[in-house]
Design a protein around this ligand. Sequence first.
Ligand code: NDP
Ligand code: HSE
Length: 323
Amino acid sequence: MTIKAAILGFGTVGQGVYQILQTKRDHLTKLAGAPIELCGILVENLSKERELPYSVFVTDQYEQILAQQPDVIFEAIVGEEPGFSYLTKAIDQHIHVITANKVMFANHGNHLLTQAGERVGIGYEATTAAGTPILGTITRLLQVNSITKVEAILNGTSNYILSSIQSEGRSFQDALEEAQKRGFAEADPTNDIKGYDAFYKLMILSQLIYRKQPSWETVLCEGIDQITADQFINAQQQGSKIRHIASIEVVNGKLNASVKPQVLPPSHGLYPVDGVDNAIHLIGDLVGPLTLRGAGAGQLPTASAMVEDFLYILQSYPVKQHI
Ligand code: NDP
Ligand code: HSE
């Protein structure tokens, strides 16, 4: 008896999921109650060299992945499409899905969750703050609370660049290249440095917390790419730090959201958050102020969120086991 899993995308995140399925094989088998069988990996470019045993089935045809009849699909490809169409087809076939793709999920998450209903599990912890388990905390541990305000650092690359410039005196370009080398930044880092990546994550949080999103055109979205040298110097002279802050709150029954760089004094709760870390500070009417901080990008933290979602789904939904 096995549980069949497939991975879509074999870049930074897909390789992280593969690595955890290998290194935690025995532990996962015990927790899941059956061994996990990797039944296929989908990539775009079949001619790229991969560090994979010959026994692993790699294809560029999604239909061939579906033909393996996976129980669960991990999606770690880039952009709205083909991710959305692939997951729609998977849910149609009662396959549980776990995604790291925030561009796709901010746009289509609500549709996928509605489509899945009670029958199919959808894990999307990795879309928002990577390894920092904010979505699970809200979903499972803050159900009774009303969350009135969220203020967060949601892009690991931006925080890494800002920290490197301000603490180590590195140049923007140098820090960005390092973030790319370390797998934090997207292959095309436009969304990271222009604020769109944090915007998508804020919309996912909004949908989860408030069951709706503000109209996207009403949300101010600025990245870190327009911060001037003078602004960095002024912040340093005041003993402050510039951080990229995404915030959302309910004002007179309306959602007000923004994504932009802000100067934080040492007394601000998000001031100590350095490097690739993300942090989410929220206020619940019962719990009061709460801050969760952890890795906001990178291979293993992101894959960790996906594999934890995987296990939660296996434990929450009946999965047919293959003999
Ligand atoms: P990479 O660019 O490293 O890898 C992308 C993978 O997707 C590659 O293997 C690529 O194939 C494959 N791919 C791209 N387009 C297609 C397609 N049309 N069909 C099939 N496969 C395709 O990205 P990451 O691993 O960094 O990110 C993956 C997803 O996870 C993204 O949505 C990203 O936003 C999200 N994410 C990333 C985090 C990170 O820290 N890196 C953290 C949290 C979320 P090929 O190898 O052939 O080029
Ligand atoms: N590029 C993203 C970031 C990856 O730097 O935050 C995590 O979603």
